[in-house]
Design a protein around this ligand. Structure first.
Ligand code: 9MG
Length: 272
């Protein structure tokens, strides 16, 4: 199970994390849910479709994205959290900033999804005593430059070593293993070959000892493999979601919750 603030999530079946981007510039739905009302309604729709978690982000992390100020990020996220106070589904906030983490947790968030794996100063302190869950993700470089010729000698071993160390640091800071998930960071400073190697060998991350979260939904990897533009990547995303489940992913971060739930139903039927 995953401890996630006031929630405890069972992990005997895969979970779906539905994405809500409160940004003007996210790669697949930038601008669609920019108003707090639109974002909150979208979150409720994803919950109706079966999302086990909602992930709200106020700063785009797509390749080439420019950082936003801490104040803008808070102004995007906090009103949405306020509108969703009654939601009986845990809310994760996608942020790298300790001050945003603290404000989001105080406003009702139950999980922090940090694409920088709590590497900013005081990020561990911001979450350690709160009881929230954390997602520690691997990224090489930063969103502005991460896709400029990323290089690894052995991508699977390097990502695994990074995540192991991130878990060690989080545990040292007082975050229990039952609050931590790791994520190989598909598309974050990786070529398509790197991403495919990570998916193929996802099971190598299992002995880190915490659940694995994977996000492939609508990403450029799907575009590279299928040749499809972002609005036509549903089938490719679902196929890759199934591959992630095969490799041992426990949480899928997706835009298309309803369809991903069907993939999980097929996977569960097959598995049993
Ligand atoms: C914010 N964000 C975008 N893609 C992501 C992914 O693959 N994993 C996680 N944890 N966060 C992501």
């Amino acid at each position: 199970m995953l401890r996630c603030g006031r929630f405890v999530l069972p992990l005997d079946r895969p979970l779906v994390m539905g994405v809500v981007n409160v940004t003007p510039d996210s790669f697949s739905d930038g601008g669609r849910f920019q108003s707090p009302d639109a974002a909150a309604s979208h979150a409720r729709r994803l919950v109706e479709q079966g999302a086990d978690l909602i992930d709200i982000g106020g700063e785009s992390t797509r390749p080439g994205a420019q950082p936003v100020s801490e104040r803008d990020e808070m102004e995007r996220i906090l009103p949405v959290l306020d509108s969703l106070k009654d939601l009986q589904t845990p809310i994760s906030v996608d942020t790298r900033r300790p001050e945003v983490m603290k404000a989001a947790l105080a406003a009702g968030a139950s999980m922090i999804n940090d694409v920088r794996a709590l590497s900013e100063p005081y990020a561990h302190e911001a979450v350690a005593t709160t009881g929230c869950a954390v997602c520690l993700m691997h990224m090489k470089g930063d969103p502005r430059t991460m896709q400029h010729s990323p290089h690894y000698d052995d991508v699977v071993q390097e990502v695994k070593a990074f995540l192991k160390e991130a878990v060690r640091k989080a545990r040292f800071a007082g975050i229990g293993a039952d609050r931590i998930v790791v994520d190989p960071g598909i598309g974050f400073g990786k070529t398509s070959a790197h991403n495919l190697a990570l998916l193929r060998d996802l099971n190598h991350l299992k002995d880190i000892g915490v659940p694995i979260l994977v996000g492939v939904s609508r990403k450029s990897l799907i575009g590279a493999v299928t040749g499809r533009p972002v609005e036509e990547r549903l089938a490719g995303s679902l196929a890759m979601a199934l591959l992630a489940l095969l490799g041992g992913a426990t949480i899928l971060r997706v835009h298309d919750v309803k369809e991903t739930k069907d993939v999980i139903a097929v996977w569960e039927a097959f598995r049993q």
